[in-house]
Ligand binder design. Sequence first.
Ligand SMILES: CC(C)(COP(=O)(O)OP(=O)(O)OC[C@H]1O[C@@H](n2cnc3c(N)ncnc32)[C@H](O)[C@@H]1OP(=O)(O)O)[C@@H](O)C(=O)NCCC(=O)NCCS
Length: 137
Amino acid sequence: MRIRRAHPKDLRAIKEIDPMAKRRGHLLKQALQERGLFVLVEKERLLAFAILRRGFFERFFLELLLVHPDHRREGWGTRLIERMEKLAEAKGELWTSTNQSNRTMKRLLHARGYRQAGKIIGLDEGDPELFFVKALR
Ligand SMILES: CC(C)(COP(=O)(O)OP(=O)(O)OC[C@H]1O[C@@H](n2cnc3c(N)ncnc32)[C@H](O)[C@@H]1OP(=O)(O)O)[C@@H](O)C(=O)NCCC(=O)NCCS
């Protein structure tokens, strides 16, 4: 298993595992340019990717974490978020957010020691965005 920064040629495999990739095209390209797009590769197959940005009140912000639909609950999401936490360690905390309806991500975050830090209503109709933070030191 290898986690590395994405190359432009990874976008194709990313699009294959992310049903929303078309809508996220701009975000993915921007993250790639900013060197904030990371991929997890196992036996030469891209199994997961993450977007880590620095522009959130000068903090690290995990904008997206996505695992191949056929390989969920195998621990890949945990491996990738662990690495993002390592990268954010120097700043002492990692922030992220997810929809209130996303029980899976909320479980993962609680299991990893994140605490809820806020809620924004109105981004997605009827589904508030919950913000979480984990202290890394
Ligand atoms: C959320 C997501 C990244 C989790 O990745 P994953 O590789 O399946 O997660 P892991 O196997 O590392 O699981 C870690 C923990 O998360 C929780 N979890 C993961 N999948 C779960 C599920 N289907 N039901 C309940 N809890 C779940 C559990 O606490 C799990 O630990 P456990 O297996 O020891 O009980 C994955 O489901 C995904 O890609 N979802 C779609 C994209 C998304 O919603 N991303 C989050 C918003 S940015």
